[in-house]
Write a protein that binds this ligand. Structure first.
Ligand SMILES: Nc1ncnc2c1ncn2[C@@H]1O[C@H](COP(=O)(O)OP(=O)(O)O)[C@@H](O)[C@H]1O
Ligand SMILES: [Mg+2]
Length: 302
């Protein structure tokens, strides 16, 4: 297992070499593929802007010249395109395509165009990571949290563990709609909950560092992100109580909600909710109390 650090870098047991030692770019058939540039065309898409260079892929804003809409185009980084990467992308698409939910980013198209694997998805306004650079009001944070739990509950219902819930993998759309994206290292759980070790340091359940991925791992990671949105602080290893930001959190939301988050953030996986569905159910039960608190806070501010 390779650990590459805390700055949002993904690590895992995949067969990816380091950049410098990676083989020259190849397509499925082994031919060379030059680096993509803005204004270039790939099939029916015209690249308009580079949005992000991830560990695995480059994401472009692109114009679909047939549908006449803007999309986001995810393309494996050229120095990483070999058979194992293409296989990984194919797996990502298949896992992702099994899901259909308003809070999960839908795939518009996945294809090999001009020798490149591309995934086209609707273009979001920004990632939650970008959004979190600006102040997040408490009701917005609660709303995003609820949307995240609904997305994750749907994935878990379909036996898919996301394994990499973090602000960079959540996208915001018009009207404040949040969508879970990037099923690059998601796992389909069959009989056992165990999977290979992957995830992003910073947002990761303690046991995930030892190679165990599970629904309960996603529960922990989602709770960490929610904790950060609601309190402004991100608890860190070894996740001992009191967790950072708990005082702020208690001022902002009812005790019942703090308790739910504490349960989801139990170091021992067995003490957490068994999956996002159970987490969501508990969350929705306290929503009326949360709304009453918010109203009271608003009134007292007036
Ligand atoms: N549909 C989209 N709309 C807007 N930005 C996107 C979209 N998809 C991805 N991005 C941006 O690109 C980044 C990387 O995309 P992601 O699917 O997470 O790829 P990677 O596997 O490289 O992490 C995201 O963190 C986000 O900032
Ligand atoms: Mg990502």
């Amino acid at each position: 297992m390779v650990v590459q650090g805390r700055s949002g870098t993904r690590f895992g047991t995949g067969a990816l070499g380091s950049e410098s030692s990676a083989p020259p770019p190849t397509t499925e058939r082994g031919a060379s593929v030059p680096r993509l540039r803005v204004r270039q065309r790939v099939g029916k898409y015209r690249l308009t802007r580079r949005i992000a260079d991830g560990g695995m892929s480059t994401v472009f804003e692109a114009y679909d010249t047939i549908e006449g809409v803007k999309v986001a185009l995810k393309v494996p980084r050229p120095n990483l395109v070999d058979r194992s990467v293409l296989e990984q992308f194919r797996r990502e698409v298949r896992t992702h395509a099994a899901l259909d939910h308003p809070n999960i980013l839908p795939i518009k198209n996945a294809d090999v165009l001009d020798g490149r694997f591309v995934i086209a998805v609707p273009l979001g306004e920004e990632s939650l990571a970008d959004r979190m650079q600006r102040r997040l009001g408490i009701s917005t944070a609660l709303d995003y949290s609820h949307q995240l739990l609904q997305a994750l509950a749907h994935a878990h219902e379909h036996r898919i563990v996301h394994c990499d819930v973090k602000p960079e993998n959540l996208l915001l759309f018009e009207g404040g709609v949040l969508r879970l994206a990037d099923f690059g290292i998601a796992k389909v759980v069959k009989r056992t909950e165990r999977g290979s070790g992957s995830g992003t340091l910073g947002y990761m359940a303690p046991e995930q560092a030892f190679g165990r991925t599970s629904f309960r791992g996603d529960v922990f990671t989602a709770a960490l992100l929610i904790w950060r949105m609601l309190s402004g602080q991100l608890p860190d290893w070894p996740f001992e109580k009191p967790l950072v930001g708990v005082k702020v959190l208690r001022r902002r939301v009812p005790t019942e909600l703090v308790e739910i988050l504490h349960k989801a953030l139990s170091v021992e996986p067995k003490k957490r909710f068994r999956d996002a569905g159970a987490f969501l159910e508990a969350w929705e039960k306290v929503l009326p109390a949360v709304e009453r608190t918010l109203k009271r806070q608003k009134r007292s501010r007036r």
